[in-house]
Design a protein around this ligand. Structure first.
Ligand SMILES: Cc1cc2nc3c(=O)[nH]c(=O)nc-3n(C[C@H](O)[C@H](O)[C@H](O)COP(=O)(O)OP(=O)(O)OC[C@H]3O[C@@H](n4cnc5c(N)ncnc54)[C@H](O)[C@@H]3O)c2cc1C
Length: 410
C-alpha cells in the first residue's frame, strides 16, 4: 500500500458537508497546528443541501450548488481531496485508508460523514427510483423530471413534503405515498400534520396516506400494500437516512444506534478523534443526555466546535474545550409555507397549539412533567426565538403559554 503522507496532517477531516467544512475552517482560524486535509467522496466543491429539495427541484435555480464557504483565505489553506472515499480507519496507527489505497496519517481526526439516504425496501434495483441527498442526485433527478408527467414521492418527512411541493410547482401532479395518517404525525402531532396536508393539496400534491409501498417494479410501477398500483414515470424515495458505515463500525470507536458516540465536547471514545453533524450522537451539555440531530445549522455549530476543540488540544491531550449547548433547530419550506422548529428531538408527551391572525401558529411541545421540549412556528419568529431560549432554560409549558389561550391540545 502506497503511503502518500509520511508526515501526519495536524487535522484530517472526513466529509465535505457543513460539519466537515466548518470543522476544518474553524481549526485553521483557531490556529490549530500542522497541515489540514479534508477528504470527501463527494466530487463536487462543498455546497448547501437545503436548496436541493426546494428551489432547485422547483426549477427556480440551477443544480449548480451554492458554496458552503466563500472565504478563500481559509479555504485555500485546506488540502482538499474530493471524490475520495475513506474505507478504513486505524485509530492505533492514526491512519485512514482511501479506496484508491492511499494512507493518510493524522494527529487529530474529525469524522463528519453525515447521512446517506435509506433504500426503499422492495424496489427493483433497475427501476426508476431516485433519492435526494447530494448535488449529483439533484442533477439526475432534475434531468429525469424534465420529460416526466407522473412522479410518486414515497415518505412524508420534511424532504418528501418539500420535494413533492417543489415538483408540483413545476407543473407535475406528484402523488405522495406515506404510511402516516398525516405527514409528520409522529414527529409533530396530528394538528400540524393536517396543516401540512392542506398546504400540499393546495400546492397540487395528491396524498395517499396510511399505506405502505409493497414493491416497485420496472420501470416505475408502485405497488401499494392495499393492492393498488400507481404507474409513474419515476419515483423519489424519501424514506429516511442512515449514518451507518462499515469503516466506523470496524474502527473500534464507540458506536450507539449507528452514530458515533461523543461527549459534550464532541470527542469520541478515542482522544484523538472528534465527530460532528449528523453522524454524531452527542451528549448535550444543557440537557444532560445524548441526542442525534439531522439539521443544517446544528451541523455547522458542531463542526465549528469540533474544529476549535481539536485546535485547542495540546500534544498531551490537555487544553480547554467548549461544550455543545445550543438547542437544535430546523426550518422547512413546503409549498411557500415556512416552518421553524426547535426541539430536543427525542419525542413529546403533550402539545398546545396557539393560533394567530393570518393563519400563523405556534405549537408548544412538552414532556410528561410539563417541561418544554420543543416549539414549532409558522410566521411567528418571535415565538421561535423565545422557544429556543425557553428550551435552553428548560422552562415549563405554563411559562411558555403565558397569557395566550391555547385553542388545541393533546
Ligand atoms: C435535500 C435536503 C434538504 C435539506 N434541507 C434542510 C433544511 O431545510 N434545514 C435543515 O436544517 N436541514 C436540512 N437538511 C439536512 C442537512 O442537510 C443535514 O443535516 C446536514 O447536511 C448534515 O451535515 P453533515 O456535515 O453532518 O453531513 P452531510 O451534509 O451529509 O455531509 C457528509 C459528507 O461526508 C461525505 N462522506 C460520507 N462518508 C464518507 C466516506 N466514507 N469517505 C469520504 N467521504 C464521506 C459525504 O460525501 C458528504 O460530503 C436537508 C438535507 C437534504 C438532503
Amino acid at each position: 500500500m502506497e503511503s502518500i503522507a509520511n508526515k501526519p496532517f495536524g487535522l484530517l477531516v472526513i466529509g465535505s458537508g457543513p460539519a466537515g467544512v466548518h470543522a476544518a475552517a474553524s481549526y485553521v482560524e483557531a490556529g490549530g497546528p500542522g497541515r489540514v486535509c479534508l477528504v470527501s467522496d463527494d466530487a463536487d466543491a462543498p455546497y448547501e443541501r437545503p436548496p436541493l429539495s426546494k428551489t432547485v427541484l422547483a426549477g427556480e435555480e440551477p443544480a449548480e450548488g451554492s458554496p458552503i464557504l466563500d472565504d478563500d483565505s481559509v479555504w485555500s489553506r485546506i488540502d482538499r481531496r474530493l471524490g475520495t472515499y475513506v474505507e478504513a480507519l486505524d485509530t492505533d496507527r492514526r491512519q485512514v485508508r482511501t479506496s484508491q489505497g492511499d494512507e493518510l496519517s493524522y494527529d487529530r481526526l474529525i469524522v463528519a460523514t453525515g447521512s446517506r439516504p435509506s433504500a426503499l425496501p422492495g424496489a427493483d434495483p433497475d427501476s426508476r427510483v431516485f433519492t435526494l441527498r447530494s448535488l449529483e442526485h439533484a442533477r439526475s433527478l432534475v434531468d429525469a423530471v424534465e420529460g416526466a408527467r407522473s412522479v410518486v414521492v414515497v415518505g412524508s418527512g420534511f424532504i418528501g413534503c418539500e420535494a413533492a411541493a417543489s415538483l408540483a410547482s413545476r407543473g407535475l401532479r406528484p402523488i405522495l405515498v406515506t404510511p402516516e395518517p398525516v405527514p409528520q404525525a409522529a414527529r409533530l402531532g396530528d394538528w400540524v400534520g393536517s396543516r401540512i396536508t392542506e398546504w400540499l393539496e393546495s400546492a397540487g400534491v395528491e396524498l395517499r396516506p396510511g399505506v405502505k409501498v409493497d414493491k416497485v417494479e420496472q420501470p416505475a410501477s408502485v405497488h401499494l400494500e392495499d393492492g393498488s398500483v400507481i404507474e409513474a414515470d419515476l419515483v423519489l424515495a424519501a424514506v429516511g437516512v442512515t449514518q451507518s458505515q462499515g469503516f466506523l463500525a470496524e474502527s473500534g470507536l464507540l458506536v450507539e444506534d449507528d452514530h458515533l458516540a461523543v461527549d459534550a465536547q464532541l470527542r469520541t471514545s478515542d482522544p484523538h478523534v472528534w465527530a460532528a453533524g449528523d453522524v454524531a450522537r452527542a451528549r448535550h451539555a444543557v440537557l444532560g443526555r445524548s441526542l442525534s440531530v439531522e439539521h443544517w445549522g446544528d451541523a455547522i455549530t458542531m463542526g465549528q466546535l469540533a474544529g476549535s476543540n481539536a485546535a485547542a488540544q495540546g500534544p498531551d491531550g490537555s487544553g480547554s474545550s467548549a461544550e455543545w449547548t445550543d438547542p437544535p433547530g430546523f426550518w422547512s419550506e413546503i409549498g411557500g409555507h415556512t416552518l421553524k422548529y426547535s426541539a430536543w428531538g427525542d419525542g413529546f408527551e403533550q402539545f398546545r397549539v396557539v393560533e394567530h391572525p393570518d393563519e400563523a401558529f405556534t405549537v408548544w411541545y412538552a414532556d410528561a412533567g410539563g417541561e418544554v421540549v420543543g416549539v414549532l412556528t409558522h410566521e411567528r419568529d418571535e415565538d421561535y426565538e423565545r422557544g429556543t431560549e425557553l428550551l435552553s432554560r428548560r422552562a415549563s409549558l405554563t411559562e411558555a403559554l403565558g397569557d395566550s389561550a391555547p385553542e388545541k391540545s393533546s
